[in-house]
Every structure is written in structure tokens, then in C-alpha cells.
Ligand binder design. Structure first.
Ligand code: ME8
Length: 517
């Protein structure tokens, strides 16, 4: 699929006030699967993740840890880089907002906004939530029974802030934003989020405070360093810092505008309202798409530090294995919806979809081949209608998965792949190759070839989701490294190729307590 150009996909950059949790792993996983898929599909991919290191929230967390902000962010940022390794993510770069080049990009963007006449000096008097790093009008807050005022959307406490501040004339951007959404129907997904953003903008926008003077951990405003930039203006800029901004001659500038910013549903307003307005004001093209995914709960409960039920992705991987966790997170819940993480469901998928369906198919076919066909890819004789039906279904998968991933419908892509796995399992049962050994060895070989070939196609498409496991299965089919990209999808296994000894790839999960007894 070369010739389809570049593909730039980004995760939000994560606050370093705390260590990574399942929400971070989920967002980056979705991007990782897209990046891997697009690379295999011949696209020139740039996949960016990183950490958001400025602002009051991080400054407070550093103080609580008794560390200077830079030392603190160095430490916590590392735990996000460790997560990249644990989860086998494949970013092309990991950006930090404390990098020098990022300061330069933020200040250059600021100057463009000033030149456009969209920045003025005023005074902010209103509510601010440090946890959300967001401003709220009073009607977006409520006072609880404990007499504390909180943001209704997030439940985070707000505090009254009154300080000199630069403002961005967001109030003048409403019509231009609505026109932009109208002309670019794919800009916000899923549809429910698009409607939410449109009605927010139609409700009228207020000018946005874009600098703070009451603390200092951030990027100084050019020409007025008492002010530091609002952390969201700073953070959003990371996406263009990476491409070399303001140097649009930088070789990485070819990736802008980004194909996709993946975000959680809580940060859609920043990405779909503020960000395109900043960019259009500065004369820069907005990104092509923002997808807002849902939130996980833990066994039915909202995840929160105070409830002590934060899910550590590393722990999940230790308990269930990396690829099963990657599979489960994207298969269990229609992407875009909220989901509940239940261990019972995870084990069900691991044993059902992975061990019984896919693992068993590979194991059955490859061990019969090893025993009966001299450990070589069997000879393909004449192909019957049933053989062709299975081969055709496997062949059609690439187009189906490509279309699903264009819509970020990971669950649909996986469902389609697993339907072919189920077809292949039914075909094994119906054709019973073990029974053909004596009566019709040529037919047995053909059946086994059809199955091995189906496993090859399916596994090529499983690679982005479960890279290690798919790699092991392709090794067992002796598919050369150079034939694992989708350009080789329509080639076929070559009879007589020597195969390594088969080995199970998806063991059944047995509860540790039961395993010990
Ligand atoms: O928002 N389930 O960073 P962050 C799923 N620095 N996703 C969840 C989740 C859950 N239970 N909890 C959180 C920021 N998330 C900013 C981004 S980008 C220019 C700046 C997701 O570390 C959440 O939706 O607070 C968000 O997308 C991501 O974790 C990071 O949040």
C-alpha cells in the first residue's frame, strides 16, 4: 500500500504528577496498534507519545515529593518510558515539554497569536481546577455537602483565582470553528462527541485565559516573563514541536497536519475547540481527526486514588501476559464507549478467544503438519469450493480491517478476524485431516495447506495487536521477515518450505490458587 503517504498519530502527553495507570496504557495501545498497522500497510508513520511536565498540578506534586520540579519530572517521566517497554509500544519519539525545542515552539506560536491580534492583556477572576488544569464558569461548578466547590464535569475541586492574565480571543472563533466542523465531518469522533463539541461551541465561547502569574513552572510568555503560558497551550503545542515548528522546513514537518490525535473523552474540548482555534489563528492547518475514547472502570467502580483501585498496567501484564492484555483491552469494549475491566471477562477472552480458538487452531494444524508432512509446508493439490470459500474469507480480511481501523473500530476489526478463525476451526472439524492420512493423503495435504495459509493471513493481521505472539506463529510458518508486511498479504505459503517444530503460543490461564492445589 505504498503511495498512500504519511501517517502521524499522537497520544495525549501524560501529566507526570503520578505514575502511569490503565488509562494511559489504553490510549497509547490504541495508537500503537494503528502505528503498527499503518507501517505494515506501507505508510510512512510517525507515532508520538510523551509527558506533559509543566503547570500547577505537577509543581504541587513535586513539592509534595520534596523535589525540585525538574528532578521530579525526570523521575516520573521515566516511569512512562518504562511503560512503553512493558507494553511493547513502538513510538518513534517520546517528547517532554521541558525540552528546549518545545519552549521555542510555544513561544513562536504565542508570537503568531499576538501578530494575529488574538492575544490581549487583562485580568482573570474566576474558578480554576488544578486537577483538571482548567477554568470554569460558576454554572459549571457546584458546592458539595462538605461546602467545597467542585467542577461538575470531573468532580475536581476548584479554587478562586484572580490575577493578571493574557487572554486568547476565543469568543471570536465560534463561527469559524463551526464552519470547520461542518466542512470536516471526520474531525471529531465518535459522533456523540462531535455533537457534544458542536453544541458547546454553539452555546457561545468566552475568551480564554492563556497565562498565569501565581506560579512559575512553565514556559515564559515572550517579552513578559512574569507570565507563564497556560499549561494546555503549552501542552497542545507538543504536537507541532515534534514536527520542527516554527521551522516548517524541518524534514518532520511533512507529517503535519496530524492524521489522528487520540485522546480520552475528558480532554476533547481542549483538542477540538482550543487547539484548532490556536492553529487557525496562527495560520497552521488543524489536525485531521481527534478520536475520544471512553473510560475504564474497575469491576464496576470508578477508578480513583482515594478508592485505592487504580489499575497498574504492569501488574495486569505480570498476571495475564502482555499480548492477552493488549487483545482484551481492544476487543472487550466497542472503542469509544466506556468499559468495565473485569478480570473474569479477561480470563474468559484469554482462554476462549486466544487459547481455545486461535491458539488451538495453530497448534492442531501445525502439529499434524509436523507429524504427517515431514515438518514441511504441505503440497497444495486441487482446491475445492469449500477450500476456496475459506481462502477467500481470509483474503477479504485485509480490506475489512483496513476500513475498520480507519474508523478506529478496533473491536470490529478483531471480531472479523476471529470470525475467520472460527470458520477455520469448523473447516478443520469438517475436513478431519487426521482421518484423511490413510484414505487420501493428497487431499489431507491440500486441507492442511489451506489451513496453514489461512493462519498466515490471519496472523499477518494480528501482528499490530499482538506483535510477539503473531511473530512466533509466523516463525512457525517460516514466513520470512521480509514477507510480513501487507505487500506480501496476497502471496502464499510455498509447499516444501521447512518448518520449525511447533510450540503453543497461547497457554490457558489457570487461577494461581487452583494451579497450586
Ligand atoms: O489529560 N480510562 O493527561 P492525563 C481510560 N496532560 N482513560 C483514562 C482513564 C480511565 N479510567 N483515566 C484517564 C492529560 N484516562 C493532559 C493531556 S495532551 C496535549 C495533554 C486518560 O495524564 C484520559 O482520558 O491526565 C487522558 O486521555 C489520558 O488518560 C491522560 O490523562
Amino acid at each position: 500500500m505504498s503511495g498512500r503517504g504519511t501517517y502521524y498519530v499522537t497520544t495525549p502527553i501524560y501529566y507526570v504528577n503520578d505514575v502511569p495507570h490503565i488509562g494511559h496504557a489504553y490510549t497509547t495501545l490504541a495508537c500503537d496498534v494503528l502505528a503498527r498497522f499503518m507501517r505494515l500497510d506501507g505508510r510512512d508513520v510517525h507515532f508520538l507519545t510523551g509527558t506533559d511536565e509543566h503547570g500547577q498540578k505537577v509543581e504541587k506534586a513535586a513539592a509534595a515529593a520534596g523535589l525540585a520540579p525538574q528532578a521530579f519530572t525526570d523521575k516520573v517521566s521515566q516511569s512512562f518510558r518504562d511503560l512503553v517497554k512493558t507494553m511493547n509500544f513502538s513510538p518513534d519519539n517520546f517528547i517532554r515539554t521541558t525540552e528546549k525545542r518545545h519552549y521555542a515552539a510555544c513561544q513562536a506560536l504565542w508570537e503568531k497569536l499576538v501578530e494575529a491580534g488574538d492575544i490581549y492583556l487583562g485580568k482573570y477572576a474566576g474558578w480554576y481546577s488544578v486537577r483538571d488544569e482548567a477554568y470554569f464558569v460558576e454554572s459549571e461548578t457546584e458546592v458539595g455537602s462538605d461546602n467545597k466547590r467542585r467542577a461538575i464535569s470531573s468532580g475536581a475541586e476548584v479554587e478562586w483565582v484572580e490575577e493578571p492574565s493574557y487572554f486568547f480571543r476565543l469568543s471570536t472563533w465560534g463561527d469559524r470553528l463551526l464552519e470547520f466542523y461542518e466542512k470536516n465531518p471526520r474531525f471529531i469522533a465518535p459522533e456523540s462527541r462531535r455533537n457534544e463539541v458542536i453544541s458547546f461551541v454553539k452555546g457561545g465561547l468566552q475568551d480564554l485565559s492563556v497565562s498565569r502569574t501565581s506560579f512559575s513552572w512553565g514556559v515564559p510568555v515572550p517579552g513578559d516573563p512574569k507570565h507563564i503560558m497556560y499549561v494546555w497551550l503549552d501542552a497542545l503545542t507538543n504536537y507541532i514541536t515534534e514536527c520542527g515548528y516554527p521551522d516548517t522546513g524541518n524534514p518532520l514537518w511533512k507529517y503535519w497536519p496530524a492524521d489522528l490525535h487520540m485522546v480520552g473523552k475528558d480532554i476533547i474540548r481542549f483538542h477540538c475547540v482550543f487547539w484548532p482555534a490556536f492553529l487557525m489563528s496562527a495560520g497552521i492547518a488543524p489536525p485531521q481527526r481527534v478520536f475520544a475514547h471512553g473510560w475504564w472502570t474497575n469491576e464496576g467502580q470508578k477508578i480513583s486514588k482515594s478508592l485505592g483501585n487504580v489499575i497498574d498496567p504492569m501488574e495486569l501484564v505480570d498476571a495475564y501476559g502482555l499480548d492477552p492484555v493488549r487483545y482484551f483491552l481492544l476487543r472487550e469494549v466497542p472503542f469509544g464507549n466506556d468499559g468495565d475491566l473485569q478480570r473474569r471477562a479477561l480470563v474468559g477472552r484469554l482462554n476462549g478467544d486466544l487459547a481455545n480458538a486461535y491458539g488451538n487452531l495453530c497448534q492442531r494444524v501445525l502439529s499434524i503438519v509436523a507429524k504427517n508432512c515431514g515438518g514441511k509446508v504441505p503440497a497444495m493439490g486441487s482446491i475445492s469450493e469449500v477450500d476456496m470459500a475459506l481462502l477467500d474469507r481470509a483474503k477479504a480480511l485485509l480490506g475489512i480491517v483496513r476500513a475498520d481501523l480507519d474508523d478506529q473500530a478496533f473491536h470490529r476489526a478483531l471480531t472479523s478476524i476471529w470470525e475467520v478463525i472460527a470458520d477455520a476451526n469448523r473447516y478443520v472439524d469438517a475436513q478431519a485431516p487426521w482421518a484423511l492420512a490413510k484414505t487420501d493423503p493428497a487431499r489431507r495435504d491440500t486441507v492442511l495447506w489451506v489451513l496453514a495459509e489461512t493462519i498466515r493471513r490471519v496472523t499477518l493481521l494480528v501482528q499490530p495487536f499482538m506483535p510477539d505472539s503473531a511473530g512466533k506463529i509466523l516463525d512457525q510458518l517460516a514466513v520470512p521477515a521480509g514477507e510480513r508486511a501487507f505487500a506480501a498479504f496476497d502471496r502464499a505459503l510455498v509447499p516444501d518450505t521447512v518448518l520449525p517444530k511447533p510450540q503453543g503460543v497461547f497457554p490457558r490461564f489457570v487461577e494461581p490458587a487452583k494451579a497450586a492445589s
